[in-house]
Design a protein. Sequence first.
Length: 298
Amino acid sequence: MELDHSIMQKAEVLIEALPYIQRFNRKIIVVKYGGSAMVDESLKRHVIQDVVLLKLVGFKPIIVHGGGKEISKWVGKVGMDPHFVNGLRVTDEPTMEIVEMVLGRVNKSLVQLVNELGVKAVGISGKDGTMLKCEKKYSKGEDIGFVGEITQVNPKVIYDLLEKDFLPIICPVGFDDNYFTYNINADDAACAIARAVKAEKLAFLTDVEGLYRDFEDKSSLISEMEVDAAQEFVDSGSLGGGMLPKLQNCIDAIRDGVSRVHILDGRIPHCLLLEIFTNKGIGTAILNRKEEHYYHAE
């Protein structure tokens, strides 16, 4: 009997994934979910399918999400004029109310998608269980309102949810010493949470393919980079735009105990599965020097 080639290919894909499933079974992976993958409904479903699959094959995923584009939309809807300082949105009290409302709405929509796929999700913010304590963040010394810098993470509520087999979905809202509410950059929140729970992996879903040695040369995509080389890359000043703080966040996370950080293009359907379960991968992985390289040349 001659089997269809596509069926055999499916078997080969599963076998290729096996060592990764074995290696990361029962390990925590934090997924920072943002960018186009949050706006495009088809991509959103693919991301949630990926995370659910990770959960069902034995990983312990945690989603940390932003909502910048949705917040901007709602600020416009209510007729408020956004104010910016050094390119950062000033979050005054009325804006903070909208931020919390919108992030809560986004949070529960993600919970619903996960629940629909048969996995129990719980949506929380950094105020739940006193998880994300912060202080006021300034931009070059200027006040930008209720924008927070994380000073302490209490991961107890996360551990409790994971232990009870829930998938935590976290929006980046925190509190200060006086219990005022603050908006926190989602990248910062994902890194701080990953460090606090000593995650095996931290995956950033972005709108770029990964890190390039030369952004103009698309063949210069870096598949893997050790943390010291990544720090040299940051210090060289050759990195532009929003990738600089993102990469520094990755480096800090690894130095604080996260084993491996992935920068992925969330516009590619099922990018999480392709990066985590295949030998080649599709994005950039930043790793600790002690971590073995596991991408293999064709």
